[in-house]
Design a protein around this ligand. Structure first.
Ligand SMILES: Nc1ncnc2c1ncn2[C@@H]1O[C@H](COP(=O)(O)OP(=O)(O)OP(=O)(O)O)[C@@H](O)[C@H]1O
Length: 686
């Protein structure tokens, strides 16, 4: 073992203050096992305590630090066993309402007349509020040196302050172990922050600029490791074809399926299908990313390839990111397939006991051709008779390693990954280096562009409602999306329930359903099924409908508090309408005063093109607002945001092609080599 590789040793072999057995357990449950894991557990955000915000300048949705005096405090009941504590806080510029839920004791512990510091999110109800903030009494607070504090993603049992201290301790004792792994010339040429300094800055930045520089450095580092690894190993086609296979080319099933459709495939769909056929007919394994904007017909392509495999007596699997979607696919795809005599089954976490045993048996015996399901398809002991193709959604965030494991489940390791994230093809290739890329760059004909309108006042909302009524009268259906509430599922549900009541009152002639995250899966499926069948005309929902839902007859979407959503989330949401022959309409409700929110809403009014929206997103996002790949869906990349870091990705791609290929062997690059080895170790062990 080299000295350097110690960073990958288990945490209990290191001396860090506060690191006892219990803490180790908690860390393990957060996926932190080694020194590297701990030090590379980067904050998801920062709390800038270097400047207090004047109350008068507060903005909707901002995370703010306010210093003010409590001038009044009261408790109120909100219903059975629920209550709210409201404090009125003043600073020299104005008043702010600060609220907490179900914490009545605060009325007694917070002192009227005293000065406090409040840290939290600003929401706008009737007036500006800070909801459930952290607070400190100014008098007692020695910790406030005016600093930028890291905020980590935590599990329940871990405290911010504990993790901060652990990381600080680890850095103090072992910083030196993290030798520079990016070649010196590159650091210099691209002005990249050195590793040790970046580790300090990412956790405990001296300035927001410092944190930015550090983030950029780790994005480069991560991309280098990934790309070099992929290039070195050439993952394309490295999995042996366990069975000599030749596929029959007559495609009876596919032809029958296509004849039954009431539309033609688009040129782009045909091209992509041909690309896949070409792999399969030559006995090559297909391992492909299919990229296409929302509603471009990716699922259709997957269905065709599944049929082709069945025709050749292989089984196929389609894995959906959520149970709702799995059920939906099962209902729509399954119905068509069953009619064609293809045995289709649904396997999700809800299938249990005897039913499950039976199903597993049938899958193993080959009595089932196509299995549609969720993650449980691979997690459980599901054995296949002769699995030929797996279709997954990019939402699964599988990385190179997991993708390889998946492929090994099959007799043939064919894998299709579906993605609606709009990234240019050349970049997609360099990020998903182990996959070929096909792009569906054309929408089905006859799609009328979705008309989008931003509504910021009551009279216009009333007009919109009248318009929606007309749409409903024409037989169309509508989605109403409740405000995004991140604090808790409970509050999100509450806001959806309130909206539901309001919509039921307003649209009394129609059936209104509700969908939220706290419902049981079976309830969700049932409601979604009813909506699909048009037994329900209006669906009120939290964002659970964001991906994949397909009800072409739904042509109206109303999004409440639209300013709370990011551009790509809005695009995904809106992509649920405009999926059929009828014109569709999206209403964005918001009375935001925030300039960047306003710009987002305008972009939504102006375009429906996913690429354009991604570009605008990039332009509008304050740099570093979002950390990591929450949006990218590529689990290999934790620190890179594929929309935001396009330039960095390009740079590293060029680098790894030219410079590094030749220089990786040089002695000074041993650390990078070690990191690449670690990252890909699982694969090598197989
Ligand atoms: N060539 C086509 N012509 C007309 N309609 C089509 C065509 N291809 C697909 N459709 C229809 O368009 C809708 C969207 O297709 P599909 O669900 O395959 O898109 P998708 O790309 O998977 O969508 P998303 O990423 O938004 O979930 C479906 O109702 C489907 O039947």
């Amino acid at each position: 073992m080299t000295e350097y590789s110690k960073i990958y040793n288990p945490l209990n072999t290191f001396k860090i203050k506060g690191l006892g057995e219990k803490t180790l357990d908690k860390l393990r449950s957060m996926g932190i096992e080694t020194l590297y894991d701990l030090i590379y557990y980067f904050p998801r955000a920062y709390e800038d305590r270097t400047n207090f915000k004047d109350i008068i300048n507060l903005r909707q949705d901002e995370y703010a630090v306010v210093k003010g005096r409590i001038v009044g405090i009261e408790n109120r009941k909100l219903g059975y066993r629920k209550n709210i504590t409201k404090a009125r806080v003043s600073d020299p510029t104005g008043f702010l309402e600060v609220v907490w839920f179900n914490m009545p004791h605060l009325k007694y512990s917070l002192k009227v007349g005293e000065e406090y510091i409040f840290i939290g999110n600003i929401k706008r109800g009737y007036n500006f509020q800070m909801v459930s903030p952290e607070y400190k009494r100014v008098e007692e607070e020695k910790e406030f040196k005016g600093e930028i504090l890291p905020i980590y993603g935590l599990t329940k049992s871990m405290k911010q302050s504990t993790l901060r201290k652990l990381i600080e301790g680890a850095l103090n004792n072992y910083e030196g172990y993290f030798k520079e792994n990016i070649p010196a010339e590159i650091l210099k040429e691209y002005r990249i922050m050195e590793r040790e300094r970046a580790l300090r800055e990412i956790h405990f930045p001296k300035s927001t600029k410092g944190a930015e520089g550090a983030k950029n450095r780790f994005a480069v580092e991560e991309l280098l490791v990934l790309q070099m690894g992929i290039q070195e190993k050439r993952y394309l086609g490295d999995i042996a074809n366990k069975e000599q296979y030749k596929l029959q080319d007559n495609k009876h099933l596919v032809k029958r399926f296509l004849e039954g459709l009431h539309f033609q495939l688009t040129g782009a769909q045909k091209r992509v299908v041909t690309e896949i056929y070409r792999d399969l007919n030559q006995g090559r394994i297909t391992n492909r990313l299919i990229q296409g904007d929302v509603g471009s017909g990716k699922t259709m392509v997957a269905m065709i390839v599944l049929l082709y495999m069945v025709e050749n007596s292989y089984q196929g699997v389609m894995m959906a990111p959520t149970e709702i979607l799995a059920v939906q696919h099962y209902l729509s795809i399954g119905r068509i397939f069953e009619k064609m005599g293809i045995r289709t089954a649904l396997l999700t976490g809800s299938v249990k006991g005897k039913a499950k045993e039976k199903l597993l048996e049938e899958i193993k015996d080959g009595q089932v051709d196509i299995v549609i399901g969720t993650h449980s398809l691979i997690e459980d002991n599901v054995e296949f008779h002769k699995l030929g193709l797996i279709v997954i959604d990019e939402q699964h965030r599988f990385g190179v390693v997991q993708r390889k494991k998946l492929r090994e489940k099959g007799v043939l390791a064919n894998l299709l990954v579906m993605s609606a994230t709009p990234i240019p093809r050349s970049l997609a290739l360099s990020i998903y280096g182990d996959l070929d890329v096909s792009v569906i760059d054309e929408l089905p004909p006859g799609r009328k562009p979705i008309k989008t309108k931003w509504i910021d006042n009551e009279p216009d909302l009333e007009k919109a409602y009248t318009f929606i009524e007309k749409q409903l009268a024409k037989g169309r259906q509508a989605y109403f999306v409740a405000p995004l509430i991140e604090e808790s599922e409970k509050m999100a549900t509450k806001s959806a329930t309130e909206l539901h009541r309001e919509i039921e009152e307003r649209f009394g002639n129609y059936k209104v359903g509700i969908l939220h995250g706290r419902m049981r899966n079976s309830e969700k499926d049932e409601i979604m099924g009813e909506f699909k069948e048009n037994n329900i005309q209006i669906m009120v929902s939290t964002t659970v409908i964001e991906v994949g839902v397909n009800v072409p007859n739904a042509t109206v979407m109303v999004i409440s508090s639209a300013e709370r959503f990011g551009l790509s989330a809005l695009h995904q949401l809106r992509g649920r309408i405009g999926r059929g022959e009828h014109a569709s309409y999206c209403f964005l409700l918001s009375n935001t005063e925030n300039d960047s929110s306003k710009s987002r809403l305008r972009v939504m009014e102006e375009t429906t093109d996913g690429f354009e929206i991604a570009e605008e997103d990039l332009r509008l996002r304050k740099s570093g607002e979002i950390f990591g790949t929450k949006q990218s869906g590529v689990s290999d990349l934790k620190f890179v945001d594929i929309v935001h870091d396009v330039k960095t990705i390009k740079m590293v791609r060029d680098l790894s092609k030219e410079y590094l290929k030749e220089n990786l062997g040089r002695i000074e690059n041993i650390y990078l080599k070690e990191d690449i080895k670690r990252k890909f170790m699982n694969i090598e062990n197989n």
